[in-house]
Design a protein around this ligand. Structure first.
Ligand SMILES: [Zn+2]
Length: 203
């Protein structure tokens, strides 16, 4: 028996990196998302760390789904936007997640390096624990670097039911900021359509 050594295909690949799964691809092109929705830099070419957020209506779990909106945003732009969230909103959001998220379960996944079974990471709503097959609409989140998913705090899924609860915790000030952000990010019409119904949180 020989232990397979590092080959040229994966030179020093961190253990928590996996190829980005299709569910996080650009729905329109069927390829990986390429540009930051805010600064429009090429995320694949620049190797800048970024987040992907997608709102979908799952059917039979992730086997089939309709995409409501999707975007990728670099860390830098995400920071800038997060700084606009009021202190009270941020405190409320943190409190909400501390109360509802089973952090030890995520820590277990990391400790045991269970990076190959995506269902363990996003099969259930992070807040309500409902399985994706029992959810009408949800948002999924990923952290990426180039063409790789960076696993640890991400990926996760939050049902729209839980997101509505989060939105209710936001101050008017923060809701105004989200509305401004919505105007600023001239994305695909579907993106604006969804946001006009109320702010969604960049978590
Ligand atoms: Zn950016």
């Amino acid at each position: 028996m020989t232990i397979r050594n590092t080959n040229n295909d994966s030179p020093d690949q961190p253990t928590n990196h996996r190829p980005i799964p299709k569910v996080f691809f650009d729905d329109l092109t069927g390829a990986m998302m390429r540009h930051c929705i805010s600064c429009e830099q090429d995320l694949l070419e620049n190797q800048s760390p970024y987040f992907i957020e997608k709102a979908i209506k799952p059917h039979l779990g992730y086997q089939a789904y309709a995409t409501i909106f999707e975007y990728a945003m670099c860390f830098k732009c995400m920071d800038t936007h997060k700084n606009k969230i009021s202190k009270s909103s941020l405190a409320n959001i943190n409190q909400f997640f501390m109360e509802h998220v089973d952090v030890s379960r995520r820590q277990y996944l990391v400790a045991h390096e269970l990076y190959d079974d995506l269902d363990l990471w996003m099969g259930h709503c992070l807040v309500t624990d409902k399985h994706v097959t029992a959810i009408g609409e949800c948002q999924i989140y990923a952290q990426c670097l180039g063409d790789q998913l960076v696993m640890g705090d991400y990926p996760y899924m939050i049902s729209s039911e839980a997101l509505d609860a989060v939105v209710n915790l936001l101050s008017n000030e923060t809701i105004d900021e989200f509305n401004k952000l919505k105007d600023e990010l001239v994305g695909p019409p579907a993106f604006q359509d969804l946001l006009k119904d109320g702010p969604r949180v960049l978590l």
